[in-house]
Each structure stands twice: as structure tokens, then as C-alpha cells.
Design a protein around this ligand. Structure first.
Ligand SMILES: [Zn+2]
Length: 77
């Protein structure tokens, strides 16, 4: 648990679920929803735990595999 904000120095935090956009190693962007974060109540700076950050990276790895599937084309006359 943090004691002071890296940005504004406040010591007031809230546990929140946040949405954020992340890029995977291919440069594709994904919205990750409901990320548990510690949010500064003064400036809104978000801090994720190491376990949370690792989980997001594992989600992005999975998403990368999904996008590697061969696209299906419809033969339309
Ligand atoms: Zn702050």
C-alpha cells in the first residue's frame, strides 16, 4: 500500500476499478476493464500492484494469440 502519491505528494488514496488502454508487443491496443487500482483522490494518479500489472500483461499475451488467427473471408458474389 502506498503512503504518498508520486505525482502530487498526497497521502489520500482510494481503491477503485478502472479502465485503461494497453498496447501489446504487436502494437495493437486493447481496453482492459475493471482493473483494481489504488487511485490518488487529489490528482487521480493510478497505481497498480505488481500482481495486477502481471495479470494485464498475461491478458495482452492471450489477446495477441487471438489476433493471430487467420481471418475468415466471405465469398460474396
Ligand atoms: Zn496525487
Amino acid at each position: 500500500m502506498k503512503t504518498t502519491c508520486n505525482v502530487c505528494g498526497s497521502s489520500s488514496f482510494e481503491e477503485q476499478k478502472v479502465d485503461d488502454i494497453y498496447e501489446n508487443p504487436d502494437g495493437r491496443r486493447f481496453v482492459v476493464e475493471n482493473i483494481p487500482a489504488t487511485v490518488c483522490t487529489v490528482c487521480g494518479e493510478r497505481t497498480l500492484s505488481l500482481a495486477t500489472a502481471r495479470h494485464i500483461f498475461s491478458l495482452l499475451d492471450t489477446a495477441q494469440e487471438v489476433t493471430k488467427t487467420i481471418p475468415v473471408l466471405e465469398f460474396a458474389a
